[in-house]
Ligand binder design. Structure first.
Ligand SMILES: Cc1ncc(COP(=O)(O)O)c(C=O)c1O
Length: 438
């Protein structure tokens, strides 16, 4: 790798690797590398925008990597759900004409004021105090779209989000009545929890929203059904996206028949399979592998929630067969055994139980590809113990190897297999350097 590139810590756009193995072979990375599969990201974005009967807002928090955002934009996503002022700045710096929606129900006054100045008109809230803040900081602007976040059950989700936000039905009805008096448009939003495994959860939440709207006697303009759409992880195989769409389209009929617009805010399902982390084994102690990424890096959910991610040994330098003196150049053992992972920091929480199935002779110096890491992976990294790394590589045309339902995978027509260069980004997104995986 050229020195400048190494010093900057990123692989510039245009540097494309055909496979994840090639990333390991050419970079021999000592830090974790986020390997991005643009075809999947673009394909998923197109799938959502074509199947959802309304407006699709990508939830930036899930993976704010510039490369992801640019592919998303290129594939037709023009609306972004932002949670902070930094996310507003990031998306605005990339796309001048994108529409940003501040769907975090608790914001600082400064965030509201500056976001409004940067063109944000949509805000969510779940208390009267937040409504007052929004009105004060926007000087009672007449062009606001205000969403009341309704509390709904998170029981069907692998990651319950019901404990923090959401107004109970009676206060939601009150808030709606107040919001209607001051806002240009009003809506109801909710979140059924991330990785929602049952489409019926959307029906229950929509019915709850319907009861609130009737109680409030308010005509809403928009129903925002939030995120929560699932991805396929080991041990979690949800129904296809189509089933979710069918249920929610049917459940939302009482709204859509009256001209209410539908919005959604998907994060995880859009990008989960869109990236793998390529990590390296620093040490082996029995069945424990000490790797260079962990709970304080991209593997937060593997550490704190014990989520199992699909893994694969990457040993790209096999030269001399089984008897080579260099153990990282030998053909790996065919026998697969269970390992647990330990991250690079000195903290006791920095371990990932797994189990992760790898060849029996996996050892120091090997790389491991951890799949399904596009959502809440690189986005969760901290600087703890000085281990922050932001190396990212574009892998194309290889598709994500860990998608279980390959047959139903949507292909992005924008990418041609025989082209020798990276997928081109649109004129608005092309000047952006892919600096960090974030
Ligand atoms: C307000 C909001 N919208 C959308 C999302 C994205 O959810 P998911 O990644 O489950 O689709 C989240 C996730 O926390 C959220 O808080």
């Amino acid at each position: 790798m050229p020195l400048l590139q190494k010093a900057l810590g990123y692989v510039p756009p245009g540097t494309v690797f055909h496979t994840v193995d090639e990333v390991a072979k050419r970079l021999r990375p000592d830090v974790p590398v986020q390997c991005v599969f643009p075809e999947f990201v673009r394909g998923q974005a197109q799938k959502f925008t074509s199947q959802f009967p309304g407006r699709v807002l990508y939830a930036v928090k899930c993976n704010p990597g510039s490369e992801f955002l640019c592919h998303m934009y290129d594939a037709g996503v023009r609306h972004f759900d932002v949670a902070s002022l930094d996310e507003v700045r990031l998306v605005r710096s990339l796309f001048k004409t994108a529409q940003l929606h501040f769907m975090h129900p608790v914001k600082s006054r400064e965030a509201i004021r500056l976001a409004y100045k940067m063109g944000v008109r949509t805000f969510s809230l779940d208390t009267a105090a937040e409504l007052i803040k929004i009105l004060e900081e926007t000087k009672s602007a007449k062009d606001l779209s205000l969403f009341v976040r309704l509390a709904v059950s998170g029981n069907s989700a692998a990651y319950d989000l019901s404990g923090k936000f959401g107004a109970a039905p009676s206060s939601a009805a009150n808030l709606l009545r107040h919001a209607q008096k001051v806002a240009h448009k009003v809506g109801v939003c909710f979140h059924v929890g991330s990785q929602c495994m049952d489409p019926a959860a959307y029906r229950a939440a929509i019915e709850r929203a319907s009861a609130v709207v009737m109680k409030a006697k308010v005509k809403i303009d928009i129903l925002d059904i939030g995120g929560g759409f699932p991805a396929t992880y080991p041990g979690m195989k949800p129904a296809p996206l189509e089933s979710y769409m069918n249920v929610l389209v049917d459940a939302a009929k009482p709204f859509t028949r009256q001209g209410v617009e539908l919005w959604c805010e998907p994060g995880r399902a859009m990008v989960a399979a869109g990236a793998s982390m390529l990590v390296r084994v620093n040490l082996r102690k029995g069945r424990r592998l000490f790797i260079n990424d962990g709970t304080y890096g991209s593997l937060f959910d593997a550490g704190t929630l014990n989520w199992r991610y699909p893994v694969r040994l990457v040993r790209p330098l096999i030269k001399v067969g089984k008897n080579s003196k260099d153990p990282n150049s030998r053909l790996p053992s065919e026998k697969m055994v269970q390992f647990s992972f330990y991250g690079p920091t000195c903290d006791n929480l920095d371990k990932m139980k797994g189990p992760f199935l790898l060849p029996e002779d996996t050892q120091e110096g090997d790389w491991v590809e951890i799949g399904m890491m596009g959502a809440y992976g690189a986005a969760m990294k901290t600087h703890f113990n000085g281990f922050y790394a932001s190396l990212a590589a574009t892998v194309w045309p290889e598709a994500p190897p860990f998608i279980f339902d390959r047959a139903s995978r949507h292909r992005s027509p924008a990418l041609k297999k025989d082209a020798a260069v990276a997928p081109k980004l649109s004129s608005e997104s092309s000047p952006v350097a892919v600096k960090s995986a974030r």
